[in-house]
Design a protein around this ligand. Structure first.
Ligand code: NAD
Length: 316
């Protein structure tokens, strides 16, 4: 058993990761300010410290209570739209919060840090599927702060005598149960499901030809857990995606179909393209696959699991 800190562990991805770590026998602590995360998604067996990663005193105090064997840093402002509306919040959470976590890892002798990076840091990549050595030119404020955070993590670990082994997981569009269907600012698949469950029209921004790589949350958790103690991943950035490109138009049709609807029975509106909206996204996952990981859930299976969960959650 090891002591693991999960920042953002009350969030969508973080809470699934916490469940897996607990099942694997780790002693887990969660640090989360519950801004988008939910207390009820955190297992009772887990200590939840409510506070912000941007609060240096709180972070230092938590790390000084005894050395964590590993830190999984997922706390973050995860919405592109909010990054433009409130860039200070995005910067403070994603960059200052990460600096605080990295510094506390160093000061308390943590040896292992995994970081939640994002496909948004690629911007408009020349290569699709995109490998990790593609130049990073983010086109959203969110992409800028995620790239800055990733570089803080890796530069800190490369310092002399750092003793800190880091890995960044550049996750593509993660979806699955517990992704908020009520938050209109993040997670296009969950937003569409929420629209249908509330009887609202689906809104597509732009022509709907923009593509995303949807990867099911259990596959993402598999990647985090596989890399936790894997020396071959130390110092590396790794894409986590399905490798499959799906347009937002196709997504809308799939979500409607999963509810027995179609565009002839359901209103699909169009609005202008959103700032920072990337045109195409698909992950080249050969580096992660070479480390033994495989995406196991098809999009069709994942969508059924997600809509079933959302229907039950909306009814309760
Ligand atoms: P989420 O919003 O459900 O999770 C983020 C969690 O961080 C929430 O529990 C929230 O309460 C917490 N948080 C936010 N600000 C905080 C702060 N200042 N201090 C402490 N906790 C704070 O989103 P998610 O989709 O689970 O994303 C988790 C991480 O993965 C984020 O860092 C996000 O940028 C990154 N990511 C997500 C995706 C995706 O498709 N969902 C893709 C790539 C990267």
């Amino acid at each position: 058993m090891s002591r693991v800190l999960v920042t953002g562990g009350a969030g969508f991805i973080g809470s699934h990761l916490v469940d897996r770590l607990v099942a694997d026998g780790h002693a887990v602590t969660v640090l989360d300010d519950l801004s988008t995360g939910r207390r009820e998604h955190v297992s009772q067996e887990v200590e939840l410290v409510q506070g912000s990663v941007a609060d240096r005193e709180l972070v230092d105090g938590l790390f000084s209570r005894g050395r964590f064997d590993a830190v999984l840093h997922l706390a973050g402002q995860a919405s592109i739209r909010i990054s433009f509306a409130s860039p200070e919040i995005d910067l403070t959470t994603n960059v200052l919060g990460t600096i605080n976590v990295v510094r506390a890892c160093h000061d308390s002798g943590v040896r292992r840090l995994l970081h939640a990076s994002s496909m948004t840091i690629y911007g408009e990549p020349a290569r699709i599927p995109t490998p990790e050595d593609e130049p990073c030119v983010p086109v959203s404020y969110y992409g800028v702060t995620k790239l800055a955070a990733e570089r803080y993590v890796h530069i800190a670990a490369e310092g002399p005598d750092s003793g800190l082994a880091v890995t960044s997981l550049r996750m593509f569009n993660v979806y699955g149960p517990r992704q908020s269907i009520a938050n209109p600012y993040q997670g296009v698949l969950a937003i569409f499901i929420g629209n249908v469950l509330r009887g609202e029209p689906i809104t597509i921004h732009g022509d709907g030809g923009q593509t995303r790589d949807f990867v099911y949350v259990d596959d993402v958790v598999d990647a985090w857990v596989r890399l936790l103690d894997l020396p071959a991943s130390f110092g590396r950035v790794l894409n986590v995606g399905s490798g499959r490109e799906t347009s937002v138009n196709e997504l809308a049709d799939s979500v409607l179909r999963s509810f027995g609807q179609s565009r002839s029975t359901w209103e699909v509106r169009r609005e202008g393209a959103q700032l920072g909206d990337q045109r195409r996204a698909a992950a080249d996952v050969s580096a992660l696959t070479a480390l033994g990981w495989h995406s196991r859930c098809t999009f069709e299976e994942g969508l059924v699991a997600t809509t079933s969960w959302a229907q039950a959650a909306a009814a309760s």
